[in-house]
Design a protein around this ligand. Structure first.
Ligand SMILES: [Mn+2]
Length: 326
C-alpha cells in the first residue's frame, strides 16, 4: 500500500532539515500518539523537528515519550516541511500552522478520516485505518524506522483510544494484527488501557454525577443539560462530555443520547451519539456542526434554554423520521 506516497514522502524528507510536526487542536490519544511516534521516528532518521499543537496534551498521556517536547506556541518559525497527523483538514492544525509565514512549507498529510480534504503535497490517508497511528504503523517502517518499545507504545495508544479499546465498528482482524505486532515490539497494552482509557480525574465522575442527575428521557431521546455554573462546580474544564454522552446513548431505550454543556463564553457544546440504524451526522450538520453517523456534535450560541428547546425538538424529529425508515 501507499507505494507512490512513500516514495514521495521519502523525497520530501530527504530535502528537509527543520521539520514541524503538527496535530489537531484539542488533541486526543490518537493525536498525541501519532505526534510523538513521528517525533521518535524522525529522531531515528537524525532529523531536527518540533512537535506542535495549539493545545496542551491531556495529562493522561504523560506516559508517552517526547510528550514533554510539545510546543503550543512556536519558539521560531523557519521550517522546510510540515507533517500533519490526524488532521482531517488544514484548519484542524490551528494557529501553529496558520501563523507560519508565507509561503508555507510543503505538507505531508498523514490521516485516517473519511472526510480528509487531501490538503497535503503528499497525502498518506487511509480511511480504512482506525487511527492515524495505524497509518504510521505502515508508513514509519517503510521509511526505515525501527519499532522500538516507546514508538510501539505511542502507536498502540492511538489504536486503543480511537477504537475505545477495540470496541468501534471499524475494528477488523487487521487492527488486532497491528496491535499484536506492537505488543511484540514492546508496547504494554495494560498500561495503555489503564492510563489512556480507564483512569480519570475526580472531576469526570462529578460531571457524570451532575449529568445523570439532570438526565431526561422523552420519545427515544435521552439527554442531559449542564449549565455553566453546574459545569464549573464539578471542576470539569474540558471540551466534550468526558464520556457522559456515550453512557446516555448506550441505554436500550435510547435511540439518541445527547449532552448540552454551557461555557463561560456563552457557547453551548452539544454532543450526540447513537447506534445503528440511527444516524446523528445530518442532525449535527443541520445545527451547523458535523461528525460521523454514530458520533457527531455542534457548537451553538446560548442562551442554554433556547438551545435546549431547538436541539431537543430537532433530535426528536430525527428519531421520528429514522424509525419510520427502519
Ligand atoms: Mn484519529
Amino acid at each position: 500500500m501507499f507505494a507512490y506516497e512513500i516514495e514521495a514522502s521519502k523525497a520530501l524528507l530527504a530535502k528537509a532539515s527543520r521539520i514541524l510536526v503538527i496535530t489537531h487542536i484539542a488533541p486526543d490519544g490518537d493525536a498525541i500518539g501519532a505526534l510523538t511516534a513521528v517525533g521518535l521516528g524522525l529522531e531515528q532518521l537524525n532529523k531536527q523537528f518540533t512537535l506542535a499543537c495549539d493545545d496542551q496534551a491531556p495529562n493522561r498521556f504523560s506516559f508517552l515519550t517526547l510528550v514533554d517536547r510539545l510546543q503550543t506556541v512556536l519558539t521560531h518559525n523557519a521550517y522546510d516541511l510540515v507533517i500533519a497527523v490526524d488532521c482531517g483538514d488544514m484548519q484542524r492544525m490551528g494557529c501553529v500552522f496558520a501563523d507560519l509565514p508565507d509561503p508555507k512549507p510543503p505538507i505531508i498529510n498523514l490521516d485516517h478520516h473519511v472526510t480528509n480534504t487531501m490538503f497535503g503535497d503528499v497525502n498518506v490517508v487511509d480511511p480504512k485505518a482506525n487511527s492515524a497511528t495505524e497509518v504510521l504503523y505502515y508508513w514509519l517502517p517503510a521509511l526505515g524506522v525501527t519499532l522500538t518499545p516507546p514508538l510501539a507504545l505511542s502507536l498502540l495508544t492511538g489504536i486503543v483510544t480511537d477504537t475505545l479499546g477495540f470496541r468501534t465498528v471499524g475494528v477488523t482482524p487487521r487492527t488486532f494484527e497491528a496491535a499484536g505486532d506492537l505488543m511484540r515490539a514492546g508496547a504494554d497494552l495494560t498500561l495503555v488501557m489503564s492510563e489512556a482509557l480507564t483512569l480519570k480525574p475526580l472531576s469526570t465522575l462529578r460531571l457524570w454525577q451532575m449529568g445523570l442527575n439532570n438526565m431526561r428521557f422523552e420519545d427515544g431521546l435521552l439527554w442531559s443539560v449542564i449549565s455553566n455554573e453546574e459545569r464549573k462546580a464539578t471542576g470539569f474544564e474540558g471540551i466534550g462530555s468526558a464520556g457522559l454522552v456515550n453512557m446516555l446513548a448506550d441505554v436500550y431505550q435510547a435511540a439518541i443520547g445527547a449532552v448540552l454543556m454551557a461555557y463561560d463564553d456563552g457557547k453551548v457544546y452539544v454532543s450526540f451519539r447513537c447506534r445503528p440504524p440511527y444516524s446523528v451526522s445530518e442532525l449535527a450538520l443541520n445545527l451547523g456542526g458535523g461528525g460521523h453517523p454514530l458520533a457527531a456534535g455542534c457548537t451553538l450560541e446560548g442562551p442554554l434554554s433556547k438551545v435546549q428547546e431547538m436541539v431537543v425538538a430537532m433530535a426528536k424529529e430525527t428519531i421520528r423520521s429514522q424509525s419510520q425508515l427502519s
